[in-house]
Design a protein around this ligand. Structure first.
Ligand code: GUN
Length: 294
């Protein structure tokens, strides 16, 4: 008797569609901007500082500016040469801090190595720190008193909320301990009473941790780092990775096709977390403008 034919298991996970959620949220933000302008006669304004000519940074900044246009936020891009000094940037930030037409200031990272990045980020007026990278906002995540949450972790939370994923009491594993994604994501989920473990590039036996996760957030910058054997059946998997392969394809940190057969919910790349990051920046900018109305 011949062996039964092998049938490939179809993906069973629900796709958490960040593109659709971002589109809906941007409609709401646009309506909020229209209402804000008619009530106060003030257009929310965002300044973006772009240093050097890194092509990826230029694309990210272009996307942010385009998104501002879509929702009616005024934006100003300030381009600086690679050789700009810390003192020049501090002076620029100080000018923008005083500019009444600007309610949010974003400095695109990474900055060149010779720049004192913490000094420049901490020079931003906390009330205009729409990226949430000022020491006050980062530190505030510990005690729950931020003015602005960093955009990518904020977007991750919105995706979980939108998909009705319970967070309280869940085992969350965050893979990646960066200051701008991994650590703040972990703190924001702890604030929702999750049990959070943070893994990183030097974690031994990563799979021993990831297999325990009810919610697995991956922000390691390593293509297809997470394979199905590392994921618990029914886990919720949020892929923050954006990796460009030599052929130009964009993929995440998760083996999507394999893991989608095991997870209950999964975000795609592209179209998951990415569109939410920009959306939360828009939301923070409108919130920032509102803080300036007395
Ligand atoms: N570089 C990569 N991600 C980000 C981000 O969210 N904000 C800024 N300012 N720079 C980045």
């Amino acid at each position: 008797m011949s062996a039964p034919a092998r049938v490939a298991t179809p993906p069973t996970a629900a796709i958490i569609d960040g593109r659709a959620l971002a589109r809906n949220m941007r409609c709401d933000i646009r309506a909020r901007v229209v209402d804000f302008v008619s009530r106060h006669g003030v257009v929310p304004g965002l300044a973006v500082i772009l240093v050097g000519d890194d092509p990826a940074s230029a694309i990210y900044v272009g996307n942010k500016i385009k998104a501002c246009e879509q929702v009616g936020i005024h934006s100003r891009t300030i381009r600086c040469d690679q050789g700009v000094t810390t003192a020049d940037l501090l002076a620029l930030v100080e000018t923008l801090n005083r500019d009444p037409a600007i309610h949010g200031i974003l400095i695109q990272l990474p900055l060149p190595a010779h720049i004192d990045m913490p000094a420049v980020l901490d020079a931003i007026d906390v009330n205009k720190d729409v990226d949430g990278f000022h020491l006050y906002n980062i530190g505030g995540l510990i005690v729950g008193s931020t003015v602005f949450s960093p955009c990518t972790p904020y977007g991750v939370l919105k995706l979980l909320e939108h998909a009705n994923i319970p967070i309280e009491g869940q085992n969350v594993v965050v893979v990646g301990a960066s200051n701008i994604v991994g650590k703040p994501t972990a703190l924001m989920l702890m604030a929702r009473d999750a049990t959070v473990s943070i893994c990183h590039a030097k974690t031994r036996d990563l799979a021993q941790f990831t297999i325990l996760a009810d919610i697995l957030v991956v922000a390691a910058g390593v293509p297809r780092l997470i394979v199905p054997q590392m994921v618990k059946q029914g886990a919720v998997v949020i892929d923050v990775g954006i990796n460009r392969l030599p052929d130009g394809t964009i993929i995440g940190d998760v083996d999507f096709d394999g893991v989608a057969r095991k997870a209950s919910h999964i975000t795609p790349v592209p179209g998951g977390v990415g569109p939410m990051t920009v959306t939360m920046l828009l939301s923070n900018t409108v919130d920032a403008a509102a803080r300036f109305i007395v």
